[in-house]
Ligand binder design. Structure first.
Ligand code: WTA
Length: 661
């Protein structure tokens, strides 16, 4: 592999030699010690069985740990039964921790709510009864399209409580994106809100749901029977009598007692759509027992959580997998006290996050490199104006973290003492896979370093041979793990094809990686057509489809170009249809198409730059050579173009860029 981009990153990283061992004080109190690696290595499967028994409460204990006979679909703890909401809530109340705060909610306008585990039990039970009253049964799918509110977490747990898999769709996705996800999951109910607060204003959500499930000519009728609506902003909403139900009316009158539905360990817990290399998003399927086990295990050991004293804050939205595993499930399974924040980091001022850390005495912070780089740009005097001394551990996720950002995070936010854990994982892996252990590992800025105890990962070359220390290649997971995806919703072939066909019998993650001289793993970014913009996964093909769906566009090619703040940025090259090409103005075309992509997919997919070009570089077999376009987008000399069908194309593009379209 390594494409030019990867090898460049690799060069930079090779110069990174710093390492930060944990302080003796931190190591002495840490949940995980070096023994954990030894125990796991002795008998990996037995290790996971122990974790599952220790960290999860089972209604019926399992007797069988792993069944891999149906590979690549694993079955973990399959003859056990349990309930995810019971594990996240009820058992803490039963153990006498009902008065512990589960969630400190901070709304963007400054409103707050404090929810104890007893409160949460009441809310989740009521919501479960309300969903049941709307006809939702075990196995039915429920789509959740919400801002980050207490009700959003409650909604997820209420679904889990009745055995109805939830599918959370990020609130920033458009009505069209929502529609296709609702259709693919064949959802019976959608839970939403009138709106939420973002950047200082109420932003509507319900209209997108109305549009997503409206009848459309020539398309099958929606599967959605009811829309449950949380009142957050109080803005006006259209109302479909009989279909739409206010959350407060349904939930507040519902019984506070609810018996959880005990499900088998392999019962689907959720579907979460993520971008792949084709235009159609993949519904990643996760089941219950294995997912919960690894969520609890990683949250406890990687974040060194002490439920009685820590205040934990993961800044992710529940629309992403990080919000599933490290807002809803992991922390609540471990009985943590956590903060959730509805809004943006710079509303009403750029110190909002640090104000929240100070206010709630946050001790563990988990966020994305993009956010860290943004704060770096804003300047260290902003966090410097707040008391951040409560922070004792920092986590990073979502994209490779550059050593400069890592160092800044540790020094400015972590007071030069808090260990930083760079955690590599994916929607598909369900939970953290590769990360330092904070009390054990001498952390290296920019490296996720080591597969966690119980996880078997490696870096291999084109022929699937493990590369030696110092070598680069593809990241693979070589043994099944409890939280692994169980498939792509409704598409077993795509599941096999995407992850299990590149190399036989091992999981292909889609990431490039290298092993340093100590055997530590450095992640180098995607090797497929998936981009990573601000830690959000976007598919080049999906954005290309959105662009060509506009009447003006004949052809489009999208690449992820390196961007200082967002990691990558979307850059599109379009060929206009001849009737539009004449007299087209670059800036106007760009604006029209940016708005169009925003409507088709959502604002997060909006290209940063759209360049009108006369031709696209293609191989003789018609494949677009994105590598060359990336060179253009990153202002580099164009690389080897000898496999182009028409080698004059790059000159043409360059000349097209030189003069306004
Ligand atoms: C990237 C997010 C480097 C990677 C949890 C992966 C990372 C994709 C890291 C998954 C990290 C995530 N270092 N790269 N610590 N964490 N990635 O599904 O390319 O939204 O394949 O899951 O993000 O993104 P996803």
């Amino acid at each position: 592999m390594p494409e030019d981009k990867q090898s460049q990153g690799l060069e930079n990283l090779l110069h990174e030699k710093r390492a930060f061992p944990p302080s003796p004080e931190f190591a002495a109190q840490a949940n995980a010690s070096a023994d954990l690696y030894d125990t796991a290595a002795t008998d990996r499967v037995a290790f996971w069985a122990d974790q599952a028994r220790e960290l999860v409460t089972w209604k019926t204990p399992f007797t069988e740990t792993l069944d891999w006979s149906g590979a690549p679909v694993a079955r973990w703890f399959a003859d056990g039964t349990l309930n995810a909401a019971y594990n996240a809530v009820d058992r803490h109340v039963a153990a006498g921790h009902g008065d512990r705060v589960a969630i400190h909610f901070e709304g963007e306008p400054g409103d707050t709510r404090t929810i104890t585990y007893s409160d949460l039990l009441r809310e989740v039970s009521r919501a479960a009864n309300a969903l049941a009253a709307l006809g939702v049964e075990a196995g039915d799918r429920v789509v959740i399209y919400m801002p980050l509110l207490v009700e959003s977490v409650v909604a997820m747990l209420a679904c889990a409580r009745i055995g109805a898999p939830h599918s959370v769709v990020f609130g920033g996705f458009s009505a069209d994106a929502l529609r296709s996800r609702i259709a693919d999951a064949d959802a019976k109910v959608v839970i939403t809100a009138d709106g939420g607060y973002r950047k200082g204003a109420a932003s509507a959500l319900k209209p997108a749901v109305d549009e997503a499930i409206a009848e459309r000519e020539g398309q099958p009728a929606t599967s959605v029977e009811h829309v449950l609506v949380v009142r957050r902003t109080g803005q006006d909403v259209d109302w479909a009598e009989g279909r739409d139900v206010w959350w407060h009316e349904a939930v507040e009158v519902a019984d506070v007692e609810h018996t959880p539905v005990w499900v088998e360990a392999e019962h689907p817990l959720f579907i979460l759509y993520t971008s792949g290399t084709t235009g159609k998003p993949k519904g990643i399927l996760h089941t219950t027992g294995g997912y919960l086990t690894q969520a609890a295990y990683t949250h406890l050991n990687v974040f060194d959580l002490k439920p009685e004293t820590d205040v934990y804050w993961c800044t992710a939205d529940i629309g992403w997998v990080t919000g599933h595993t490290y807002v809803t499930y992991g922390p609540l399974l471990n009985g943590a006290t956590q903060v959730i924040y509805e809004g943006t980091p710079d509303t009403p001022h750029k110190g909002r996050w640090w104000e929240i850390v100070e206010k709630y005495k946050v001790s563990i912070l988990y966020t994305a490199p993009t956010a860290i780089r943004t704060c770096m740009k804003w300047g260290q005097e902003i966090p410097g104006g707040f008391d951040l001394s409560s922070l004792r551990l920092l986590g990073s996720v979502g994209e490779p973290i550059n050593p400069e950002a890592w160092m800044w995070y540790r020094r400015v936010i972590g007071g030069d003492t808090a260990p930083v854990v760079d955690t590599w994982w994916q929607t598909e892996t369900g939970a953290i896979m590769i990360s330092p252990l904070p009390g054990v590992t001498a952390a290296k800025p920019g490296s996720a370093q080591t597969p966690l105890p119980g996880i078997a990962a490696d870096v291999v070359d084109d022929e699937a041979r493990p590369v030696p220390d110092g070598g680069g290649g593809y990241l693979v997971v070589t043994e099944p793990w409890p939280a692994m995806l169980r498939g792509i919703w409704g598409d077993l072939d795509r599941f096999k094809d995407t992850y299990w066909s590149r190399f036989r019998d091992v999981y292909f993650a889609g990431d490039g990686a290298k092993k340093d001289e100590d055997g530590d793993i450095w992640l180098l970014g995607r090797v497929d057509d998936v981009m990573n913009v601000s830690g959000h996964r976007l598919s080049t093909t999906e954005i290309e489809s959105a662009l060509v769906s506009h009447p003006m566009v004949a052809e489009a090619a999208v690449v992820g170009a390196t961007d200082e703040t967002t990691g990558q940025a979307v850059v599109a090259f379009v060929i206009l249809r001849s009737e539009f090409a004449e007299g087209a103005v670059q800036d106007e075309v760009q604006e029209t198409l940016r708005t169009h992509v925003s409507k088709e997919i959502g604002p997060i997919a909006k290209p940063r730059t759209i360049l009108v070009v006369p031709e696209l570089p293609k191989t003789r077999s018609g494949k677009i050579m994105r590598r060359l376009l990336r060179d253009v987008a990153e202002n580099r000399a164009v690389g080897d173009a000898t496999t182009l069908a028409d080698s004059s194309v790059m000159t043409l593009i360059a000349s097209g860029l030189a003069k306004p379209a």
